[in-house]
Design a protein around this ligand. Sequence first.
Ligand SMILES: *[C@@H]1O[C@H](CO)[C@@H](O)[C@H](O)[C@H]1NC(C)=O
Ligand SMILES: *[C@@H]1O[C@H](CO)[C@@H](O)[C@H](O)[C@H]1NC(C)=O
Ligand SMILES: *[C@@H]1O[C@H](CO)[C@@H](O)[C@H](O)[C@H]1NC(C)=O
Ligand SMILES: *[C@@H]1O[C@H](CO)[C@@H](O)[C@H](O)[C@H]1NC(C)=O
Ligand SMILES: *[C@@H]1O[C@H](CO)[C@@H](O)[C@H](O)[C@H]1NC(C)=O
Ligand SMILES: *[C@@H]1O[C@H](CO)[C@@H](O)[C@H](O)[C@H]1NC(C)=O
Ligand SMILES: *[C@@H]1O[C@H](CO)[C@@H](O)[C@H](O)[C@H]1NC(C)=O
Length: 377
Amino acid sequence: MLVSSYSLVVTILMTSQSLGSLYDPHLFPQKGPFFEGWYMRIIDYDSNQSYGLLFGSVLPTDSHNVSGPLVLASILMRRCEQQGGCKLMSVNGEFSPINLNITARGKQVTKNPDTRSPPDFKWMVNSKNNGGYLEQKGETTTFTFKLGELAFRGEATKPVPWNSAGTGPEGWLVYLPLPLHWFVYSLRSELQIYEIENTTSGAVVSGSNGVVHLEKNWGNSFPKRWIWSEGVSSATNATINISGGLVELFNLFSVDAYLIGIRDPQNSLALDLRPDNSVVSAKIDGCGGRINMSVNSISYNVEIEISAKAGTYSNCLLGPEVVGFRPVCVESYDATATITVSTRSFIPFLFNDEKKYTIANVALEFGGSHVCNDKCS
Ligand SMILES: *[C@@H]1O[C@H](CO)[C@@H](O)[C@H](O)[C@H]1NC(C)=O
Ligand SMILES: *[C@@H]1O[C@H](CO)[C@@H](O)[C@H](O)[C@H]1NC(C)=O
Ligand SMILES: *[C@@H]1O[C@H](CO)[C@@H](O)[C@H](O)[C@H]1NC(C)=O
Ligand SMILES: *[C@@H]1O[C@H](CO)[C@@H](O)[C@H](O)[C@H]1NC(C)=O
Ligand SMILES: *[C@@H]1O[C@H](CO)[C@@H](O)[C@H](O)[C@H]1NC(C)=O
Ligand SMILES: *[C@@H]1O[C@H](CO)[C@@H](O)[C@H](O)[C@H]1NC(C)=O
Ligand SMILES: *[C@@H]1O[C@H](CO)[C@@H](O)[C@H](O)[C@H]1NC(C)=O
């Protein structure tokens, strides 16, 4: 029932908007809460190392009770021990709005992302000790950040968009007044080069064979609970992306809604499973570091299992809340996803043509009350 009310709302709202290059920055409203944040993850196919970069800013509900930085940039990397695997850790740069300069087409942002134009923006911060920028100009992504003792720079090109409509994983749900939006700009841009330097030890790691995932979120704040995952198979280019959480619509009802994207270019499979076209049954086990999902649409049954060893999860990472960036979630870059996609045949009404995928080096995040024992809040 919840699912059908959701579809109804969607149908009413979808007619009034147009498509856009949603990777560009939004115009912040006069009053909070509002936030916008970008996330990038590099996978180096030569070393199997993976590095993340996230940056964003929060306009709080009330400027008097801010309790975290309003502007944040973080580098995420795995620290591998001899035993116990590789734990994800973050190095953060905390900034204030006065340190921030976001431009679109070289000028201050005065309107929401333009329809159909290629992305063209720069997100830049600078304080006494930390700073950097990410610039997206057409198909080229370039970034340079110095945060704490790390310096991280790189370039990616040839983005692979989620879909040709430019709406990203939400499909036309992107036009809903949801408290949180998710847009994937590129599923796997081509990595040209990256370099990460520990400025204390002088150690430098670099690479140029890999993929770069580029996405962003905007909205009021993250939901009470959510999960997020993304991964790509180096062997087949098959990919999985999942984002989901407790969505409150018009303060009327709450529903755990999931957006799931599965791509298998070798078999021309491109599934976008959303609340308006599928029903999800999910087991989210933050303490076990595992999610199991069974997804049914008219044409497909999809079984998804994603898990990572407990020791590979980060400590609490910062995420946008209405009072600023606060510890909200844990994440691993060492998850494995197993996905089985069965196509329904209608005569007789049975599944046939089953395809199974195993993807390593997957990112998996548990947020809000999905974190084991709610330990980040
Ligand atoms: C990287 O991971 C893939 C898939 O798990 C594996 O086949 C490959 O041997 C690994 N390469 C390195 C350098 O560890
Ligand atoms: C911040 O202050 C506003 C108004 O003063 C209040 O409504 C809100 O609950 C406060 N938020 C927090 C997280 O304390
Ligand atoms: C912001 O960046 C733009 C483009 O790089 C630059 O022209 C402008 O001077 C900057 N503004 C501030 C306040 O730093
Ligand atoms: C999901 O994330 C991966 C990992 O970066 C990306 O390469 C993939 O293409 C994404 N999209 C879909 C729809 O699976
Ligand atoms: C950088 O190197 C120093 C000295 O070896 C080390 O103590 C520190 O943990 C390293 N920092 C990071 C973020 O890896
Ligand atoms: C994966 O994609 C890359 C670039 O998009 C391409 O060079 C490579 O051949 C693809 N691999 C497979 C197995 O299709
Ligand atoms: C997920 O599925 C696996 C294999 O079917 C099972 O071992 C595991 O207990 C399930 N986990 C949850 C949380 O249901």
